[in-house]
Design a protein around this ligand. Structure first.
Ligand code: ADP
Length: 249
């Protein structure tokens, strides 16, 4: 019941596309991280981004929450051009875009509750709103029973659940996950995937960059494959495919 409450009334965006890239390139000094990438992701999709290390997966996700800027081309999130956004608009974008990392990136000296609350406050939520939302977010990920624990007092899987609570507390319409199961054992990884599916079923668009062949093959969802900064495959119900590249990791 509580789980549906967190997302009630907030089905994914009003825009026709959740994410749209047209001819996007990202260049670092001597490196093309992304080259002429065009793609479109509809609201409510669940998409895996695969490819070997250095293929550009993280760079793609970073563009979408404005941790990186395109050198060329246009990036739209929920119909908004993030390239022309002013820096002061970034917190607003991050209310709509939640991010999960491989290393969980929790603040070690803050409790579970404080980690989620802190992130909400940064996006501009009032104290009252924060008090209301944090318990809902923790309940959604099955961590409502440990609000006072510090990250080192809970398991890796539980830390990732808290990180997911932190990402979804502001009810983002777009949830980005960069190798979310990279530090977890297979069973715990499946639990995290189920949670991401649940969040997707509540209306959020979910993008997952991963090397986890087993998870991608099991799900048979849309797969975008990158190699050396180029989008080389876009398959509606894909498998990891590039097994040898994944094994090199
Ligand atoms: P992936 O997530 O698929 O491993 P990345 O998006 O992290 O790939 O990186 C794509 C390419 O861009 C790599 O060659 C990487 O070395 C390079 N790169 C990423 N971030 C930076 C940076 N901040 N400065 C210079 N090169 C970078």
């Amino acid at each position: 019941m509580t789980q549906t409450l967190l997302y009630s009334g907030k089905k994914a965006g009003v825009s026709a596309s959740a994410v749209e890239l047209s001819k996007v390139s990202v260049r670092y000094a001597e490196q093309n991280a992304l080259q002429q990438v065009s793609l479109c992701i509809s609201p409510g999709e669940f998409v895996f981004i695969v490819g070997p290390s250095g293929a550009g997966k993280s760079t793609l996700l970073k563009l979408l929450y404005r941790a990186e800027k395109a050198t060329e081309g246009k990036v739209l999130v929920n119909g908004t051009d993030v390239g022309t956004m002013k820096p002061r608009e970034t917190p607003l974008l991050r209310r709509h875009v939640g991010m999960i990392f491989q290393d969980f990136s929790l603040l070690p000296d803050r409790t579970v509750y404080e980690n989620v609350a802190f992130a909400l406050r940064v996006t501009g939520a009032s104290r009252r709103e924060t008090h209301r939302r944090v318990p809902l977010a923790l309940e959604m990920v099955g961590m409502a029973h440990r609000p006072d624990a510090f990250p080192h007092q809970i398991s890796g899987g539980e830390q990732q659940r808290v990180a997911i609570a932190r990402a979804l507390a502001a009810q983002p319409s777009l949830l980005l996950a960069d190798e979310p199961t990279g530090n977890l054992d297979p069973d715990t990884s499946l639990g995290i995937l189920e949670l991401l599916h649940f969040i997707n079923s509540q209306g959020a668009t979910v993008l997952i960059a991963t090397h986890d062949v087993a998870i991608v093959d099991r799900q048979e969802r849309r797969v975008l494959e990158f190699q050396a900064g180029k989008l080389v495959r876009d398959e509606a119900c894909g498998r990891y495919g590039n097994t040898s590249a994944a094994e090199e990791e």
